[in-house]
Design a protein around this ligand. Structure first.
Ligand code: SF4
Length: 156
């Protein structure tokens, strides 16, 4: 089971191409200036079964997925399940408010990170907001490729 705020079809702002975006509910980071404070509560949104989410994604049809929030890693079991099912057929972008240096300390987080095509990490920092940034909200957030992710896992 996974608690989601929504699933949005055909987004053009959450990575390259037309993407299906899965917004996880709940976020422990509580960044000042967050675009969506109503996502913070772990009770926000609605609970769905993993097969229902997969069916929904399949019906939308795009092979490009973005996992966002809220904070996907706050539901790490559900996140792992979804990523492992989606991985073979979908390109996966993953947004997190955690920094990769902290995520790689956990084995399960590493298993998830190994399956994603791109990670956008770090909390939103209002003072570092830059409207010209693609995908990210503030300059501290990084866009990490599979190669860079693997390097962080190797050096942990
Ligand atoms: S990580 Fe994202 S959703 Fe969570 S508080 Fe920060 S900006 Fe808001």
């Amino acid at each position: 089971m996974v608690r989601l705020l929504s699933i949005v079809a055909d987004s053009v702002v959450d990575g390259p191409g037309l993407r299906t975006v899965i917004f996880f509910a709940g976020c422990p980071h509580r960044c000042r200036g967050c675009h969506n404070p109503s996502s913070w509560s772990p009770e926000a949104g609605t609970t769905y079964s993993t097969p229902d989410v997969i069916k929904w994604v399949e019906e939308i049809g795009s092979k490009r997925i973005t996992l966002s929030g809220g904070e996907p890693f706050a539901q790490i079991e559900a996140l792992e399940q979804l990523v492992l099912i989606l991985r073979p057929d979908y390109e996966i972008y993953l947004f997190t408010g955690y920094r990769i240096e902290d995520l790689v300390k956990e084995e399960r987080a590493c298993r998830i990170l190994r399956q994603v095509d791109c990670l956008i990490d770090g909390p939103y920092v209002k003072e570092l907001h830059d409207r010209s940034l693609a995908i990210r909200g503030s300059t501290n957030q990084r866009i990490l490729s599979t190669k860079q992710i693997e390097q962080y896992i190797k050096n942990r």
